[in-house]
Design a protein. Structure first.
Length: 133
């Protein structure tokens, strides 16, 4: 009876180990693809990372942009001042995206000079959203 129980334990262990290995190989591509965003479009062109923010108050964020055209879409809700700009990672101004008061919704296309990290700064007392593509 002991030999039989040890054999069952070994077989059960191998079975469970095999299930883990199988799950790893079946899920690894889906898991990795869900974390790492594909930066290539259907036509084979590079596209920007897509992130969106919906925030109240000021925010400064480092983002990575690819060389070429980037479209920034944004809105502001409130009566106060809304200012947004894009700078290089060493602080040089690339473009003022918005500088207005009150409710506002618009988009701005920016020519990104090189693939690199950039800084988006938004100053607002109201609620605002930003999306870049």
């Amino acid at each position: 009876m002991r030999k039989n129980s040890k054999a069952r334990l070994v077989i059960s262990f191998l079975f469970v180990f095999g299930l883990f290995v199988l799950a790893y190989y079946l899920l690894k591509d889906n898991f990795i693809n869900s974390i790492v965003e594909d930066k290539t479009s259907v036509e084979g062109k590079k596209i920007q990372y897509r992130l969106a923010y919906n925030v109240s108050g000021d925010k400064t964020q480092i983002i990575h942009l690819n060389k070429g055209s980037a479209l920034f879409e944004y809105y502001h809700e409130g009566t106060g001042h809304f200012y947004a700009d894009l700078k290089t990672n060493d602080g040089k101004l690339v473009k003022v995206l918005a500088d207005t008061r009150g409710n506002y919704e618009s988009n701005t296309e920016v020519e990104i000079p090189q693939t690199d990290a950039y800084i988006v700064t938004v100053k607002s007392a109201g609620t605002w959203g930003l999306d870049f593509k």
